[in-house]
Design a protein around this ligand. Structure first.
Ligand code: FCB
Length: 449
C-alpha cells in the first residue's frame, strides 16, 4: 500500500547482536500443580477461593507446559527466538518454602535449561514470579522478614544447580505488583487490602532481592549477570497545573523510584518514605545495613513496560490513550522511549533488557486455522520503533522479550485474556502460532522492521 508503512518496511535496523525473545512465568503456563512433589503456592490458594478469578479458573493445568516443555522448546526454536525468559516455581523446588529441596522439581528445570541450550536459545531465569509457597504465607509471607532469608536460600540452591548453564538471572518479578495488587487492592494473591502491610512487603521483597544476589554470587561465574525485573510506568502530569506536576513527582516515586533507588542508588526516595509514614510502619522495618544489602551490585536491569500513567493535581489518574482488553492498559508506545531514556539519565548505563511488553487481543481461530492478531502486530511494531529510537539515542539495551510466548493464565482474568504470540486451544492443548508470531519471526530474521 503506497504511503502506508507495512509492518516490515520501516527501515529500522537494530544493532548487530540485539537479542529477540519472549517471556512466560511458571504458574501461568506449567500446570502440574501437584505433580512430582510441587507444594501449593499462594496462587493455588487464591485461585481456588471463590470469586477471586474470573470464571473460577486456576493454574492446575494451564498450558500444560510441565508435560509439553520439549515441543514448546521446538516451537521457540522454530520461531527463531534467541532468548527465552521463564520463571522457576519456588514451591516446585522447595515445596515448603524452606527445608528439603525437591529433586524432581530441580530436574525439570535442568531439562528445560539444557533443552534451550541444545536449541541455541539463551535461558533467562526469573526466580520469583509471585508463587510464594503457601507454607511461608501461613507464617506471614512477605510481611515476615524471614521470608527474605528463605528466598535467598532458595536462590542459592538454584544458582548451584543451574548456574553453569544460565547466564542471566532475574530475582523478583514486579515487586510493585505484589505490593499494589496483592496487598493494596487485593486483586492478586494473597488478596489483602492493608496499606500498612503493603509497604513492609515492599521492603522485605527488596531485601530478598539483595540477599539473593549475595547468596547466588559464590555459585556463579564472574560473567553471569543478576538483576531485578521491574515494571516501570512513565508518569506524566494530566494537565499543566503546578499541582499536577507536583502530584506526578510523588506518583513517580511510588511507581518507579521506590524500587529503582534502593537497588541502584542505595537509598529510599525520601518523599515516598515521608508519605508512606502516614499509614505504614515501613520505616521501622528498615534495619541497619539493609540498604547495603539491597544495593548489592547488579549487572542487569530488566524493564517491563506496558503503559503510562497521567496524574491530576488531586493525585488521581486519568486516561489519555486508547485502552486494550486489559482494563489497566493504555496504549502509548512513546512511553517506552521515555522510560528507557529516563533510566539512562537518572541511573546511568547499566545494561538493560526488556523482559515484558505486549498486548491482549480478542484472538479467535478462523476457519482456515489462522489467528489474525493484527492489533498485536501494530502494537509491537510501534513499541519496537520507539525502542529503536531509544537505542539510537544511546540507551544500553541488549534484548527484548515479548509478553508472552503463548496464551496463558492471566491471573485474576483467568484464561479469557490472550497475550500470546502462540494461540493455545486449552481443550486440546494444541499450539498455533498467530500472525504476530510469524511477523515477529521476520523481525528477528531481519533484525529490524
Ligand atoms: C505483568 C506480569 C505478567 C503478565 C503481564 C500481562 O504484570 O508480570 O505475568 O500478567 O503483566
Amino acid at each position: 500500500m503506497p504511503g502506508h508503512p507495512s509492518p516490515t518496511s520501516m527501515g529500522l535496523q537494530f544493532p548487530e547482536g540485539f537479542i529477540w525473545g519472549a517471556a512466560t512465568s511458571a504458574y501461568q503456563i506449567e500446570g502440574a500443580a501437584a505433580t512430582d512433589g510441587r507444594g501449593p503456592s499462594v496462587w493455588d490458594t487464591f485461585a481456588k477461593t471463590p470469586g477471586r478469578v474470573r470464571n473460577g479458573e486456576h493454574g492446575d493445568v494451564a498450558a500444560d507446559h510441565y508435560h509439553r516443555w520439549s515441543t514448546d522448546l521446538d516451537l521457540i526454536k522454530e520461531l527463531g527466538l534467541r532468548s527465552y525468559r521463564f520463571s522457576i516455581a519456588w514451591p516446585r523446588v522447595v515445596p515448603g518454602g524452606s527445608g528439603p529441596v525437591n529433586r524432581k522439581g530441580l530436574d525439570f528445570y535442568r531439562r528445560l535449561v539444557d533443552g534451550l541450550r541444545e536449541r541455541d536459545v539463551t535461558p533467562m531465569v526469573t526466580l520469583y514470579h509471585w508463587d510464594t509457597p503457601q507454607e511461608l504465607q501461613d507464617i506471614g509471607g512477605w510481611e515476615n522478614r524471614d521470608t527474605a532469608y528463605r528466598f535467598a536460600e532458595y536462590a542459592a540452591v538454584l544458582a548451584e544447580a543451574l548456574g553453569d548453564a544460565v547466564p542471566n538471572w532475574l530475582t523478583l518479578n514486579e515487586p510493585k505488583t505484589v505490593v499494589q495488587n496483592g496487598y493494596l487492592y487485593g486483586s492478586h494473591a494473597p488478596g489483602k487490602r492493608d496499606e500498612a502491610a503493603a509497604y513492609v512487603v515492599a521492603h522485605h521483597q527488596l531485601l530478598a532481592h539483595g540477599l539473593a544476589v549475595q547468596a547466588m554470587r559464590p555459585h556463579l561465574s564472574p560473567q553471569t549477570r543478576i538483576g531485578p525485573a521491574l515494571n516501570l510506568h512513565p508518569c506524566y502530569p494530566a494537565d499543566e497545573s503546578a499541582e499536577a506536576q507536583q502530584a506526578t513527582v510523588l506518583y513517580d516515586g511510588y511507581e518507579n523510584r521506590l524500587y529503582l533507588d534502593p537497588i541502584l542508588k542505595g537509598h529510599y526516595p525520601q518523599d515516598v518514605l515521608d508519605d508512606v509514614a502516614r499509614f505504614s510502619p515501613m520505616q521501622k522495618h528498615i534495619k541497619d545495613g539493609d540498604l547495603e544489602v539491597i544495593s548489592s551490585p547488579v549487572e542487569l536491569l530488566a524493564v517491563q513496560y506496558y503503559c503510562p500513567i497521567y496524574v491530576t493535581g488531586a493525585g488521581e489518574t486519568v486516561r489519555k490513550h486508547p485502552t486494550s482488553e486489559a482494563f489497566w492498559q493504555q496504549i502509548y508506545p512513546e512511553g517506552m522511549y521515555d522510560i528507557l531514556t529516563r533510566i539512562k539519565k537518572d541511573y546511568g548505563d547499566i545494561a538493560l533488557t526488556i523482559t515484558e511488553n505486549g498486548l491482549p487481543c480478542p484472538d479467535v481461530m478462523g476457519p482456515d486455522g489462522t489467528v489474525q492478531d493484527t492489533g498485536r502486530i501494530a502494537f509491537l511494531r510501534d513499541h519496537f520503533a520507539a525502542t529503536h529510537r531509544a537505542i539510537t539515542d544511546g540507551v544500553n539495551l541488549e534484548s527484548y522479550h515479548v509478553w508472552s510466548l503463548m496464551d496463558n493464565f492471566e491471573w485474576q482474568e483467568g484464561y479469557d485474556e490472550r497475550w500470546g504470540l502462540v494461540y493455545v486451544d486449552y481443550a486440546s492443548q494444541q499450539r498455533t502460532p498467530k500472525a504476530s508470531a510469524r511477523w515477529y519471526s521476520g523481525v528477528i530474521r531481519d533484525n529490524g522492521l
